[in-house]
Design a binder for this molecule. Sequence first.
Ligand code: PHE
Length: 340
Amino acid sequence: MMLDKVKKMMADVEVFKTTSKDEIEAFRIKYLGSKGLLKELFNEFKTVDASMKKDLGQALNKLRNAASTKVQELNESLENTQETKSFYGDLTRPSEPIELGARHPISIVRNRIIEVFSKIGFTVSEGPEIEDDWHNFTALNLPEYHPARDMQDTFFIEKDPDVLLRTHTSSVQVRYMENNEPPIRTISPGRVFRNEDISARAHCIFHQVEGLYIDTDVSFADLKQTLLYFTKEMFGKSKIRLRPSYFPFTEPSAEVDIYWGLETEVDYKITKGTGWLEIMGCGMVDPNVLKNANIDPEKYTGYAFGMGIERIAMLLYQIPDIRMFYENDVRFLEQFKSII
Ligand code: PHE
């Protein structure tokens, strides 16, 4: 019976599924093409008995609609999946390498110094960059008109001599002594400011790490051992010398040189042919400084030291010009990518 045949085709159309463009086209030609099944059926329809025409006509129309809806639906879903595909790209493709940032060499060296000192019990202390006269100078045994104030040319803020940019992080140590009881073991990393001409070797803004150790019976020998430990850990060098020097806040005071060696041409150049390199200042905290911070100098003694981070970074990475640290040229910064 023709009606049964149509119903069977209807079921076939309904279950038909594909994601191939070619198969959709073949389906369309099979049912709806000019020589397709529906064409054939409609031709046959003309010959059937009039009593059958109503049901059969309806069934044929349904079949034709179902076939053309099917073609439309399949094409639409094909377009959608193609869109999705182009939106996500090829999900199986290997990913682009992720660009990693680099830590700034100043941060790398500062972190390393902190690591070395924290192993022997030093804490990290910080303080304000804008300071008052007391914490930057007076408490450090540098009263007004003391000639040693000229050792560090100062930036003052708005002509007020009591508001200035700290010239060293010794100011942090004064604050630390004021707020903590001995024993004290702390290092103070931070940015400092000096009114100096900018050149390859000097800048008006740079970074320091200063250290302070206060307890009963702290001696110069303790200072020397600590410095030796530091130079071994930091540079892998174990020969140092202390040259007498002067700082208002320490007595006695010394400058620390490390024996860098004279193995390469660069060694020769940076040590000016001597093999020795100056890396920091140090000394025993002057009793006046302890007194100023309400620490009893009869009971306690201590040592202090201070170094410039830029100088150490320049030595470690053989950076020829201090200005490179502040220009943020990515070609320079990129070179520190693999270093933590
Ligand atoms: N504060 C000194 C400076 O900035 C460094 C220093 C610190 C020297 C502690 C001796 C002791 O140059």
